[in-house]
Every structure is written in C-alpha cells, then in structure tokens.
Design a binder for this molecule. Structure first.
Ligand SMILES: Nc1nc2c(ncn2[C@@H]2O[C@H](COP(=O)(O)O[C@H]3[C@@H](O)[C@H](n4cnc5c(=O)[nH]c(N)nc54)O[C@@H]3COP(=O)(O)O)[C@@H](O)[C@H]2O)c(=O)[nH]1
Length: 697
C-alpha cells in the first residue's frame, strides 16, 4: 500500500505521546493522522474518516480500548494496534483476545519502531482481507452450486464421487447426507450408457478437456432419466487429471415436448393417424419394399360424402367425433403393418402392403378391404347423441407403378375416388388409364351446372303422349333442357348424371316438378287440359331418396293447386334397388295424394315382376330401344308383345317410347299397345308449342 495514502486514526489522550507519534508518522513516514482523545471521538472518527489503521491507547478517559473492540471487531474495517504502558502485559493480552492485530508498548525505542509495526500489520491485514474474500467467494460459489437446479458433481481422478450437489442427489434419489464416495461416475448410468461414458465421455474429456452429450442417468430406484451432460477434466500441476467435474441437466420435459412436436409434425392431432408428410415417407418405403420383394400394394383414397353437411348441421365437435370414429374403424379393418393416414378434412388414405404379385388377385383383395371399410363407415355412427349416417367414396390404385412415384400414385387413387363419386357416391372405383380426363370433365361440368342453377338457365320441354286408338293427345312428358348461354340448348343425357352424382339433382328435380305444376295449373285454368290427361315428370333415384322428397311434392301440389291425379311420376327400376320397402312406402304416400307412377325404360333394367307386383305402379313405358328395331328384329317385337300382354294381365297402362315411323305405330296397334310417344307424332317442344297441340285436340 502506498504510504502517502495511509490514513491512521490515533486514539490517545496523552499529548506527549501524541506529539511523539505524530512526529514519526506524519513527518517521517508521511502518513495522514487523525487524532481522537477518547472513545467517544474515536467512534465518530471511525464512522467519518474510515481510517486504514487505528492506534489506540488501552486506557482512555472514557473507557478501555477493549470497550471499543469487544463486540465490534468484526465490523471494524481496519486493523487495530493497542498502545500500552510498559510493565504490565495484561492489557495487551486482553486487547489481542478482543481482536486487536498487534500491540505496542509505549517506550521510546518501541515508538521509534512504530512505522515498521504499522507496515507489518497492514501487510497482515491485506493478506487477511484477501483470504477473507477468497473464503467469501468460496461460500458464495458453494451456495450457488447447492441452489442450482442442475446436478453438479466432482469425481476424483479414479472416478469416485467427491461431491454431488443438492439437485444431483435429488435427481438420483440420494439423501443429502448419504455418503456417495464409494460410487464411481459410471455407477450413475444404465449399462449401455455407462459403456459410452467409459469409452467416449471420459476419454474425450481427458483428451480434449471436456465432453458434452446426451445420455441417461440411472436413479437409485432404477428409473432412467434423459440428461444433457458436460464432463470436464481438471488437470494438476504435473499435467495429469486431478479430478473431473460434471454438470448434468434433466431434459425429461424437453424430451417430452420434443417428442410431442415430432409426433405433431408427422401425425394428425385429431385422430392420431399419420399425416400427409409422413404418408409420403411411408408410401416411398412401401413402394421400395414392393419392388424389392416383388409384391403388389394398394393405395385406398377415402373421401367422405357430404361431410360438410355434418359440420354445418351438427357443429364441428360432432364432425370431429365422426372423424375420430372413422379413423378407428379404418385402423381396425387393416393389419398392423398397413398404414392409415388422414390427409386433412374428410380425406383418409390406407396403404395396403404385401398383396399378391398377381395384379388381379391384389385388386380383388384391395377391393374387399375397401368394401369392408366402406360398409363400416356407412354403419350409423352416433355422434353427440345424434344419429349420423356417413358414407364414403373410395378410389383404389395399385403399386408399384411402371412410371411415377408417391405423388402420381396418390393422384391416381384420388382420381379413382372422384370417379366413384361421379358414379353416385358411397362406392368404390379402381384407377384406370384415361380416368383423369373424365373426372376433370365431370368437375368442370359440375361447376357450370351450379352456375346454371344460380342463373336459371334450365328450361322445360313437353312431348306429347298419344292414345293409339283415337290418335288424340293423352298427356305429355316433361323433359328438361339446359339453355347454355354459349352452347345453346343442351340435352339432359349430357348433364343429368352429373346432377345426380353431385346431388344437385335434388334442387333441379324440385324445380322441374314445381315449374311443371305451375304450367299444368295454367293449362287447367285455360281449360285446355282434360281431366284424364297425364303430365309425366321424371324423378331421379337420387331425388327419390331425399328425406324430405314426399313433403316437398305435397307442398308444391298444394301450393299450385294442380289436380294430383293428372300427375304421373316416371321412375326407373333402379329406384327400388336401394331399398324396396322404403320405395313402396314413398310411392304409397304419393299415391295417396292421387299421383300415378310409371316405370320408365321398362325392359332395360332390373325388370323383375316380383317387385313390380308389389309397387303401386300404373304404367309401363316400353324403352325405345325395343321399339326402334321391332319391325326388323323378331326378338324385340316379341319383347314388346310380352310387355304389353303382361301389363294388360296386371291391369297396367302402357306407353311405347320413341315411335318414329308409321310401321312402328301400326305394329304397336296390332299388338294392342294403348299409347305411344315419339317423333312420329311430335318431338319435345316448348310449353307454347305443346299448347298448340292441346288447342288442336
Ligand atoms: N331426372 C330427370 N330426368 C330427365 C328429365 N328430363 C329428361 N330426363 C331424362 O333424360 C334422358 C334424355 O331425355 P331427352 O334427351 O329429353 O330425351 C327424351 C326424348 O327427347 C327422347 N325421345 C322421344 N321421342 C323419341 C323418338 O321418337 N326418338 C328418339 N330417338 N328419341 C325420342 O326420349 C327421351 C325420353 O325418354 P324417357 O324419359 O325414357 O321417356 C331421358 O332418360 C329422360 O328421362 C328431368 O327433368 N329429370
């Protein structure tokens, strides 16, 4: 310490000594001196001047130097040197016991040496301060180690534990006072991890100074905990390892979160099925496997029909519940090795692997699984206490493809699925070459038809039905036309199937029925529609299955005031295929209103007398394909003959369709056919054109 800076407090009441000391310390040594003549003053100076050292006489007017020291020595931030009188060592002993650093007997020779004493005391004091600081620091570091949430431990050069902090003991399951010195670093790991610690961590720490890595700890109760660890080698003066320290962090929570994030990256959070990303990985793997083992696999693309309706009517919770049930049903239907994924929304994918190499057999197997999945989905699913019927359309594509990878394969299955939808939904279709074009055509047409509905582009045409006996009009068939703004009039064959597959037929069918009824009401009001005429309206199978079909018809009949017995619904045999009993129930209800039924295109479809007998049908319409060739093909003529005879036997009326020639008409007449319809009499025309026929009748 710089002498000039030494600031010394001298507590002495004897002026002689004061002068003597002052002379030595100020004049000779160059120290700054503050004088206090009693304890009271000394205390004040200590507070105000903060001296570097205090020289204090043992006996002072207001007490002893030990009064100042006792109980305060720890708080004094300077060393104290006691001045005592010659002869009696007792005060010096008391002072040293009370915390003084040294003492000086007030003899002339001793006082002459005071500078040396002060310098020595100051050296000791500084040394003391350094040691104290080091101890304080050590204590602080220790309390940090004990408070840190990470495990910190020290191992000796042989790997035996020397210190494990509170967090470490807690993590490993040891009590705070348990002796761990018998345990080695490798004892804290499960066998496999201990091997890595031995072969990799310790050797790396010795070579490079430290090793960092992730491993697992073994707790006392034999649980494993994932941890991240730093192992540090501390080297001695001779260069060898003196000891190892390690910091270990429990990363269980981090691992859990990481696993969850990884799971969510590859799985659908709602159903737990794998998602689109993982699907591509799995599919790539399955394609490679199929090529390696000469096997066939299949991708099933499953899309729910009108799922939006469930969300819209029952809410998203019900929708979620349905999706979860479907995920379970699909999983239950395949082997453990097969993959089920959710692409999002209402789209699911199944990858079937290990199918027979023979493509036909593979297709058969894939078809069976698809059909089972379709049936399972179609079973009534209870969601949120509502009964919901869900159906699905399924497209199937087999792999490996000759060309193309996962994207092409999914695309093929998707195209096939659209094809299944186009076929009326709730069905299955296999991918075939050229399907994509058909599907995209279908989709474009669907968009255009929606616009046609919005912009009211549909028109109704009427084709007369004629009584063969008297040649008079006996009614008309209502036929829809699409008046396309650019393409002109489009015939229904080009769009009815699209309306059917997209369910737009319900809207359009209802419009046809209502518009036809208003027209009929007009002709009745005009007095040109006779009471025994029939207006025949085509009803599609899809429309017929609508839950509110009967109610809708009843509403229109009431609203327009038409005589219901003048209405005839043309249905095809397909209507009864879905549910004969239901069909009978609906027909009976409508029949109850007075509406008649005719079976359209009779002879081309299901044509089972068994069900015809059960249906409340009034008329059979002989399909025009039989009429077309009946004059030249004996078979066709005999079919027509049989249908007419059968109808007569059953008390049913008959209309022959597509009569184009006099010969056809003559032959029909000879066979006893009561009515016909066809270009021979008149093609379908507008309401005004048909009105002319009515007026002429
Ligand atoms: N669900 C609904 N289906 C409807 C509706 N309107 C029509 N259709 C069905 O579309 C199919 C095609 O109908 P269209 O092109 O109108 O053809 C009809 C006649 O134009 C045609 N016809 C009549 N006479 C002749 C003829 O002498 N030769 C000949 N080549 N064709 C003729 O036949 C069709 C009537 O057939 P059908 O209905 O079987 O009596 C057709 O299946 C319609 O049913 C609708 O509003 N809803």
């Amino acid at each position: 310490m710089d002498k000039q800076e030494l600031n010394i407090l001298l507590v002495e009441d004897n002026h002689v000594y004061v002068e003597l000391i002052k002379n030595t310390l100020e004049n000779e040594a160059g120290y700054r001196l503050t004088i206090a003549e009693n304890l009271q003053k000394a205390r004040e100076c200590l507070n105000e001047k903060h001296p570097d050292l205090m020289l204090i006489d043992f006996f002072l007017p207001d007490g002893l130097a030990t009064d100042l020291l006792s109980g305060h020595v720890d708080h004094l931030d300077c060393p104290v040197v006691i001045l005592t009188g010659p002869g009696d060592a007792t005060p010096a002993i008391h002072s040293m016991n009370a915390g003084a650093w040294d003492y000086l007997v007030k003899t002339e020779s001793a006082l002459a040496d005071i500078t040396h004493v002060i310098n020595r005391v100051m050296r000791d004091w500084l040394h003391f301060l350094e040691k104290k600081q080091a101890t304080d620091m050590q204590q602080r570091l220790m309390s940090i180690l004990e408070a840190t949430p990470d495990m910190v431990a020290i191992f000796d050069a042989d790997g035996f534990a020397q210190y494990v902090n509170v967090a470490g003991r807690k993590l490993l399951g040891f009590s705070q006072d348990q002796n761990l010195s018998e345990l080695r670093l490798t004892d804290f790991y499960p066998v496999e991890c201990a091997k890595i610690i031995r072969s990799e961590a310790i050797s790396n720490a010795i070579r490079k100074g430290q090793w960092c890595g992730e491993t697992e700890l073994l707790t006392r109760s034999k649980d494993t905990i994932p941890v991240s660890q730093v192992l540090i080698s501390h080297f001695g003066e001779l260069g060898g390892v003196a000891f190892f320290s390690t910091i270990i962090r429990d990363i269980s929570e981090y691992k859990r979160v990481q696993e969850k994030i990884e799971f969510l990256a590859y799985h659908d959070s709602l159903t737990g099925l794998i998602n689109r990303t993982q699907l591509h990985n799995e599919l790539e793997r399955e394609i490679a496997r199929a090529l390696r083992h000469n096997e066939t696999g299949a991708v099933l693309f499953i899309d729910l029909d009108h799922f939006k309706k469930i969300n819209d009517t029952l809410g998203h919770l019900a929708g979620d519940s349905v999706l979860m049930q479907i995920a379970l049903a699909l999983k239950a239907n395949v082997r453990r090795d097969d993959v089920v994924a959710r692409l999002g929304g209402d789209e699911f994918i199944i990858i079937l692997s290990g199918l027979p190499i023979d493509k036909a057999k593979a297709a058969e197997k894939a078809g069976e699984i698809a059909e089972k999945s379709r049936q399972d989905i179609a079973k009534i699913i209870h969601a949120e206490s509502h009964r919901i019927q869900v159906t699905a359309s399924i497209g199937i594509a087999l792999f490996p493809l000759l060309e193309g990878g996962t994207h092409e394969l999914i695309q093929h299955a998707d195209t096939a699925m659209y094809h299944a939808k186009a076929q009326g939904r709730n069905g299955i279709a296999f991918y075939k070459q050229g399907m994509s074009d058909a599907v995209s055509r279908q989709l474009k047409l669907e968009v255009a038809l929606r616009k046609a509905i919005e912009e009211r582009q549909f028109r109704l045409y009427y084709q007369a039905q004629v009584n063969i006996g008297n040649g008079q009009v006996s009614g008309a068939e209502v036929l829809i036309r699409w008046n396309h703004p650019e393409l002109g009039i489009i015939a229904p064959d080009e769009f009815i199937s699209v309306l059917e597959s997209s369910a737009l037929i319900s809207i359009v069918g209802q419009w046809v029925f209502e518009t036809a009824c208003y027209q009929l009401a007009q002709w009745v009001a005009d007095g040109i529609w006779k009471d025994d005429y029939h207006l025949c309206i085509n009803i599609s199978p899809r429309q017929f299955r609508d839950t509110d079909f009967t109610a809708g018809i009843e509403r229109v009949v009431k609203k327009t005031g038409v005589p219901a017995h003048c209405l005839e619904m043309e249905i095809t045999e397909n209507i009864v295929i879905y549910d004969l009993d239901k069909a009978i129930e609906i027909m009976r209800d409508l029949h109850g209103l007075g509406i008649r039924f005719s079976i359209d295109d009779f002879g081309t479809g299901y044509s089972s007398l068994r069900y015809i007998k059960r249906l409340p049908v009034n008329v059979l319409k002989i399909d025009r394909t039989f009429i077309q060739d009946m004059c030249t093909e004996k078979d066709d003529a005999s079919i027509v003959d049989t249908i007419i005879a059968m109808a007569r036997h059953m008390g049913l009326d008959v209309v022959a369709e597509g009569v184009e020639t006099q010969d056809q008409l003559e032959l029909l007449k000879s066979l006893g056919c009561p009515n016909y319809q066809g270009y021979y009499f008149s093609p379908p025309g507008t309401a005004d054109e048909f009105k002319q026929l009515l007026l002429a009748a």
